[in-house]
Design a protein around this ligand. Sequence first.
Ligand SMILES: C[S@@+](CC[C@H](N)C(=O)[O-])C[C@H]1O[C@@H](n2cnc3c(N)ncnc32)[C@H](O)[C@@H]1O
Length: 349
Amino acid sequence: MKAISALYEAQKIVFSPFIFQTVYSMIELGILDAINNSNEGLDFDQISRETNVSKYGVTVLVEMAESAGIVDEISPGKFILSKIGYFILRDEMTQVNLKFTQDVCYNGLFYLKDSIVDASPEGLKVFGDWKTIYEGLSELPPMVKKSWFDFDHFYSDNSFSDALDVIFKNKPKMIFDIGGNTGKWAIASANFDSLVQVKIFDLPGQVKVAKSNIEKIDAIKDRVTFQEIDMLNQSSVIPAGADVYWMSQFLDCFSEHEIESILLKIKENASENATIFIMETFLDDQVFPAAKLSLAATSLYFTAMANGNSRMYSSRTLKYIIEKAGLKCVKEHDLHQDSFHTILEVKLN
Ligand SMILES: C[S@@+](CC[C@H](N)C(=O)[O-])C[C@H]1O[C@@H](n2cnc3c(N)ncnc32)[C@H](O)[C@@H]1O
């Protein structure tokens, strides 16, 4: 890279909050949509008329967007959306990431350095006085909660149909869904197999939401049960009785040491034939640079907002912890056709 290009890229980084807020404002004010809807491009006056935003407002936003490559000036004073701008406006992953960044992380990320130094999620104080975001999830402001769940669901929902084929290969009768959240997996699996029973384990706030979602579905409500649990509590117990222990996007909420203790908690009462399935988006399994960058950013959400000590892991690290807990990873199911996920199939011996 030539020095002049490196200097330009460096400015994009140091001014990245300006660029981010420009993009967010242009979407909210309908400016990116207006530019996208025109074939020949629009000038400042036209954008201002179409969006009811002052010419001053349009000018400063569009000038920033042009310098950052989000819009292109095709003739003096006329702008169209660039390919980057198009992805920002229309790509689902980019939209979900944008709302998550703005609503959940933006203010709290100011405390990233403190979070690293103190090994605690210092940014979480912008929402409440909890030790982890999971304790307060059900009490977050509605918009923040929506963006959190949209982000969470985007990265698990698109993997569920492939995951069902993997998990139901040996026709489990009882699944323990640890970190079952709002019950999406329990609903998907109880609908997939009319005989299976599912027990959701989660913190009280999430169990309450899952219960109210599942109570409404007659076909499955008698086959789904619930147990409030704090997996970080030394004395909490995962009982015996499951053919399958399912943890989807769950272990990334914990430090390496905590993951080992969770696996040992499961191992304590699990039967010899039980299978533990761990579904994650692993750093070292990603093909696309956009996915890798999203995961690295998600790690920093854990640092500043969620718990201060967890991250998105590589499969190598998780397999090392599995072995350390005296368990055996017998197979890796790569779901990359349709999603970014891998399922590790783990046995007791
Ligand atoms: C990232 S979400 C994943 C949810 C779901 N399994 C999925 O695939 O979308 C993590 C879940 O773990 C739960 N969780 C976090 N810390 C926990 C703890 N200490 N004990 C029990 N559940 C916890 C959260 O409440 C949340 O429902």
